[in-house]
Design a protein around this ligand. Structure first.
Ligand code: TA6
Length: 264
């Protein structure tokens, strides 16, 4: 059985991995961006905007943007960092037990000069995406290959598909249950690492390790209307629940940081 196949999403080259049980994920090389994950039950788990750019000129709206080395505008660099707008390499793919996986890499030498000059640290990123049954697992590793320490922030800005955001209930992130009334853009530091999202489509379990914090975002009607890459009513169909490392982490030479995420 073929585990990984080359495909295109819009104008973007992508890799589709499929487990023997039918679970599959599609990842564009642009951003190492998981744009779709279907469980073995055939159901899509991730939101992707019908108006998203899919030509490499702008970050993809939906799926799982990889945020590195800056979160949002918390720093002097690009908003949400360069990883989501850089072209990664497919390193390898295969089967591990009954799970299909693919690993993507990005290093300083892969960046165009304008980006590399703005963040000239000898880093190496690896994103491993694994699917089986009704589970998506992602592991992001950051290596410092240089001689000096560097600070970074990171997140997996996951757009979870929901039937209607108004009915979504999120538990495990804050002491209170979170629901979205109008709009929400909230940071939750030092989360426990396991959260539940309940809707009429069922309950999703999210587990994170290494990422100490979480961010929950939905733009609501007014902010969504201002987003050029989102249809008017699409905000109702997702909630972003993002494992995040928001306080800059100082990575010493030769060291590796690892963040994990599992959606089931
Ligand atoms: O993670 C939440 C957030 O930082 C929000 O403030 C919101 O603007 C969102 O990310 C999307 O950012 P983007 O740059 O993709 O439009």
């Amino acid at each position: 059985m073929t585990i990984a196949t080359h495909t295109n999403v819009g104008q973007l080259p992508a890799i589709r991995i499929q487990a023997p049980d039918g679970a599959e994920a599609t990842v564009t090389l642009y951003g190492a961006h998981v744009v779709s994950m279907k469980g073995a039950d055939g159901q899509e788990r991730l939101f992707l905007s019908a108006k998203s750019a899919l030509d490499g000129r702008k970050a993809i709206r939906g799926g799982v943007p990889v945020i590195f080395p800056q979160f949002a505008e918390r720093g002097a660099g690009m908003r949400h960092g360069f990883a989501r707008v850089s072209t990664w390499r497919l390193e390898d793919s295969g089967l591990e037990g009954d799970a299909a996986w693919a690993e993507f890499g990005l290093a300083l030498g892969d960046l165009p000069p304008s980006m590399a000059d703005a963040w000239p640290h000898q880093f190496m990123l690896a994103l491993r995406v694994t699917v089986r049954a009704n589970e998506l697992a992602m592991a992001l590793t950051v290596r410092n290959l240089g001689a000096a320490p560097f600070p970074f922030c990171a997140a997996l800005h996951t757009y979870l598909l929901v039937p209607d955001v108004c009915e979504a209930r999120i538990e495990g992130i804050s002491s209170d249950e979170i629901s979205i009334i109008d709009k929400l853009d909230a940071v939750y530091p030092h989360v426990a690492g396991r959260a539940l999202l309940s809707t009429s489509a069922g309950t999703r379990v999210m587990e994170q390790g290494g990422f100490l914090d979480a961010v929950v975002w939905n733009p609501g009607a007014v902010d969504a209307a201002a987003l050029a890459d989102m249809e008017k009513d699409e905000y109702k169909r997702f909630v972003c629940i993002e494992p995040a490392l928001l306080d800059p982490h100082m990575l010493e030479p030769g060291k590796v940081w690892r963040g994990t995420y599992r959606l089931s």
